[in-house]
Design a protein around this ligand. Structure first.
Ligand code: TYM
Length: 327
């Protein structure tokens, strides 16, 4: 059976882009693969986090993922910092990774902007920790949104470099994308929907009224586009296709093609379909958050299953690199 690894940062609210691009797919894959799903708290530290707030955010991320349908009976669900082998492998792989490859990462360039020399070095080495997450379990399949594809290319390069230097060890992990792999910001459809862009996202904990407001305010036409659908409208159609029955989508596609589509109708229907999809998640999430002890037990059990797997691979890696022995 192929093995899956994927992760999500607890650096803000889990949003519709995370759900359609990744988490919903994680849920479906649980029967076909051996799955490890990780709340990557160490990745979240690459940007400043309040120590008083981080535990709540981790708890919310766990609750949201469970509410979406991740099942601790079928998947290993755990928090990254509970398995310290991630950071140890990260160091070993950092020594194999060219700085130039890290500096070329689009996400680094976007996040560091003009402050390359003052941001934390973790922002640069972030993709090595991500490679370590995956390779530590020899996972071969990684369900993610499109924004992570470049990081996965680097993970494959790192795996190849390790294999050619120290002998065949790691599979080259492949991305698995969904039809919702790139959901754009509602208020700025040329950018991706993101927790760090206020007004861009719908959280999975959003109340129906807020969902309606956010959808109704979504940017549609941002200027003359010729015959091309504008990025905002295209994005609303992408979301609709992911949450509404095919006949509803067809009705709006036909209206668009014949020039009779009213954006307000499209938005109203989209808002109601989103509410229908997200309400059970919001309710289950709220209910799970009333039992933090149970969440704690779930991730402790997940870490207890993940750790021996991680320890075995790390031991193999150290042995191959000539570490931990005198002769
Ligand atoms: P993160 O926390 O930013 O996002 C979690 C998942 O959601 C996807 N995603 C989106 N998909 C579609 N449209 C969007 N607008 C959108 N925004 C986010 C992301 O692609 C991701 O799959 N580096 C990762 C976490 C990570 C990881 C890993 C992933 C750490 N280690 C190992 C896979 C394997 C991240 O920051 O995801």
């Amino acid at each position: 059976m192929s093995r899956i690894f994927s992760g999500i940062q607890p650096s803000g609210e889990v949003h519709l882009g995370n759900y359609l691009g990744a988490v919903r797919n994680w849920v479906k894959l649980q029967d076909e693969y051996e799955c490890l799903y990780c709340i990557v708290d160490l990745h979240a530290l690459t940007v400043p986090q309040e120590p008083q707030e981080l535990p709540r955010r981790v708890a919310e991320a766990i609750a949201t993922n469970l509410a979406c349908g991740l099942d601790p009976e079928r998947s290993i669900i755990f928090v990254q910092s509970a398995v310290p082998e991630h950071t140890e492998l990260c160091w070993l792989l950092t020594c194999l990774t060219p700085i130039g490859a890290l500096e070329r990462m689009t996400q680094f360039k976007d996040k560091a902007g003009g402050k390359r020399h003052s941001v934390g070095a973790g922002l640069l080495t972030y993709p090595v920790l991500m490679a370590a997450d995956i390779l530590l379990y020899k996972a071969d399949t990684v369900p993610v949104g499109e924004d992570q594809v470049q990081h996965l290319e680097l993970a494959r390069e790192i795996a190849r470099k390790f294999n050619s230097t120290y002998g065949p060890t790691f599979p080259e992990p492949q991305p698995l994308l969904t039809a919702g792999a790139r959901i754009m910001a509602l208020n700025a459809p040329e950018k991706k929907m993101s927790k760090s862009l206020p007004g861009s996202y719908i959280s999975l904990a959003e109340e129906p009224e807020t969902i309606r407001q956010k959808v109704m305010r979504a940017v549609t036409d941002v200027g003359p586009q010729g015959n091309e659908m504008s990025p905002g409208v295209k994005n609303l159609f992408t979301i609709l296709e992911n949450v509404a029955p095919p006949d509803v989508v067809k009705q709006f596609r036909d209206a668009y093609a014949s020039g009779t589509l009213r954006y307000s109708d499209l938005k109203q229907t989209l808002a109601e379909e989103l509410i229908r999809t997200l309400t059970p998640i919001r309710e289950r999430r709220a209910e799970l958050l009333t039992r933090p002890q149970e969440l704690q037990e779930i991730v402790a059990a997940g870490a207890a299953r993940a750790r021996p797997m991680a320890q075995a691979v790390l031991a193999e890696v150290k042995e191959k690199m000539g570490l931990g022995r005198l002769l």
